[in-house]
Every structure is written in C-alpha cells, then in structure tokens.
Design a protein around this ligand. Structure first.
Ligand code: ATP
Ligand code: MG
Length: 321
C-alpha cells in the first residue's frame, strides 16, 4: 500500500556460525508495518533482534525467509535506498575526517552537487549542535558527538524515511532530548522515522506506534497509550485519616500494597478489582476525607518487563492481545 513506509512480513533470520556449527534464530517470524509520516519505536532487550531487523531492511544481510518493503519497494532496493537515511548501531567513521568532510562524502555517495552538499552539511552541522567542533577530526569526538555526526550523515540525502538504530545511545539526558526534538521535527517535515531503543521513556514521549520485540518475535504492538492503558495495576488512594484507623483500613482487601503514611495522610494501592466505593465508605466511617483516587496504569516499562521476562526456553512467547 502506498501509505506504508515499511512493510515486514514473517521475517526470519537464522545466523549460522560455521565453526561451532551453532544456529542462532535471531528473528522467528516478525511482521509489522509502519505508516508514512509516523514515528515508530522498535524496542526490546539486548539480543532481541532489533539490529538484525534493521540490517535486513537496509539490505546489509539477507533474511532466511520472509519479505519486506521499504517505501513500496521490495528489499533490497537501490531506488528506495536513495530515499532512506540510515544511522547504524555504534557508527564507525574514518577517524581523520572532520564532520564537514564526513557529510560531504555522504552527499557525494548520493550524487548531490557541491552547492547542495555544502548547504545541507552546514544546516545539519548546526542542527545537531556540532558547529563548534567543525575543525576537529572525528577521532577527537566523544561518543555523543559521534552519534550526532551519524545523525547528520543519515539526513544528508533529505530522506523520506529515516531508520535509526539506537539513536539515543551514548547521549546524556539533554542530548537525548535534542534527538527526540529532532525526530519530532522530521515528522513535522512529513518524514517517517523508525528507530530502535532501550529507553522506554523516550518511546513513550514521542512515538506514534511501538513494537516490542523479544527473542526474535513481537510481543506487543500498538500506540503507547493502547499498550499501557490496557492494564490497570491497581488504584492509588490517599485519605486524610487519624493514624489509629490505619490497621482497620489496611486489613482488607487482600492484595493491598504500597501502604504509606505521610503526616495526616494514609496512602495505599488497592487491587484493580477492588470495590473502591465500599473501601471509601469504610474509610469514611473512620473519619477519613478523600484526598485522591487514581487508577494506576501500567507504564511502558512495566509492560516491557512483563512481556519480555517470561522465557519458556525455546518457546516463542505468545503475542499478547
Ligand atoms: N553476525 C551474527 N552472527 C551470529 N549471531 C548473531 C549475529 N548478529 C547477531 N547475532 C545474534 O542474534 C541475536 C539478535 O541480535 P541483534 O543484534 O539483532 O539484537 P539487538 O536487539 O539489536 O540487541 P542490542 O539491544 O544488544 O543491540 C542475538 O542472539 C545475537 O547474538
Ligand atoms: Mg542492536
């Protein structure tokens, strides 16, 4: 379909390590699609298959089976590649270049003329905050600076689709915010951004959709809100009540957690299926005033840990509804 930037169907990749004759099933049937002009987050623990998926999409490795399309073209597609910007995981650059030379080289590979190369390089160097490091060779760059140089390099061809493998890696919180802002800006310009990360707060903050991958299969997919709002962990209640009432109020229901006293306030988390009205009536009988009642939704991090932490050895985990 024309409105899809990425279509991946039943992608499998088994690495064969010839010497130990061991097989690694890095991807065991991954399917997802990314609509154009969206920010799509691809998250999963170490070894989940994120880089394998991305390297397959970029035509750097061949899948064992399955198909994928980028911008409507089956991979590997040279045509699509000219419309795609790519930041590899832990990018390696020739040390003795400056960032300007790196970008000029990238521009040449895409066949850009000298004027366009200069204009884009200047704008991108400024945009990623490397202006003051223009004279330095990349050899002297910190990890964060190299990551910025890599991002600028990925944007030299003014791509429609930007594929970033761990763009926030090695960056401090303010550097991560800058990358998040850049990604949002790219979407505002009409581009599609697909990125992998471990940092769930970054995903929660900026993505339109998320896929969670673990052990080579997807274990969740949806908007961040869909993924986290499905599951209520409990109901946080805070009441203002004399300390003497604590024992009575926390005796039931079973499964009450996070009991805490803050001055004249008692807080606790009731199980999700509690009859909250009944509990509050009991509190009222003890002279309580309600301060707050808030359902506690699972965070993306809770969900991530829950879905990626139950490995039945050898068994692909079930795709949750
Ligand atoms: N060239 C290779 N040869 C053999 N096995 C490999 C190769 N590349 C990756 N693997 C294995 O495939 C699995 C998936 O690796 P991959 O790099 O795709 O994970 P990832 O999700 O990107 O992890 P990380 O978060 O650490 O970057 C891992 O078990 C890894 O050890
Ligand atoms: Mg990786």
């Amino acid at each position: 379909m024309a409105d899809l930037a990425i279509e991946v169907a039943e992608l499998k990749k088994t690495y064969r390590t010839p010497f130990r004759r061991k097989k690694v099933e890095a991807l065991r049937g991954v399917s997802f699609s990314v609509a154009k002009n969206q920010i799509f987050g691809f998250v999963g623990p170490n070894g989940a298959g994120k880089t394998t998926t991305i390297r397959t999409l970029m035509g750097l490795i061949r899948p064992t089976s399955g198909t994928a399309k980028l911008l409507g073209h089956a991979i590997p597609s040279r045509l699509a590649r000219t419309r795609i910007g790519f930041l590899p995981e832990a990018p390696y650059f020739y040390d003795y270049l400056t960032v300007g030379e790196l970008l000029d080289l990238a521009g040449r590979l895409f066949g850009l003329d000298a004027t366009t190369r200069k204009q884009r390089a200047d704008r991108l160097i400024e945009r990623v905050g490397l202006d003051r490091a223009r004279a330095q060779s990349l050899k002297k760059f910190s990890k964060g600076m190299l990551q910025r140089a890599g991002l600028a390099q990925a944007l030299m061809n003014d791509p429609d689709l930007v594929v970033l493998d761990e763009p926030m890696s090695g960056l401090d919180p303010s550097g991560r915010k800058e990358v998040r802002d850049l990604i949002l800006e790219l979407r505002d310009q009409g581009k599609t951004v697909f990125f992998s990360t471990h940092i769930l707060s970054d995903v929660e903050a900026i993505t339109d959709r998320v896929a969670i991958v673990a052990r080579g299969v997807l274990v969740g997919e949806g908007t961040p809100a869909e993924l986290v709002n499905r599951h209520i962990l409990g109901i946080d209640v805070v009441v203002r009540v004399p300390r003497e009432a604590d024992a009575e109020l926390t005796a039931a229901p079973a499964g009450i957690t996070r009991i805490r006293r803050l001055g004249d306030e008692l807080g606790c988390t009731l199980p999700a299926d509690t009859d909250v009205e009944a509990w509050l009536a009991r509190a009222h009988d003890q002279g309580a005033k309600v301060v707050q009642v808030v359902p506690r939704h699972e965070t993306l991090e809770d969900l991530f840990l829950r879905r990626t932490s139950d490995p039945a050895p050898g068994e692909p985990p079930a795709v949750a509804s």
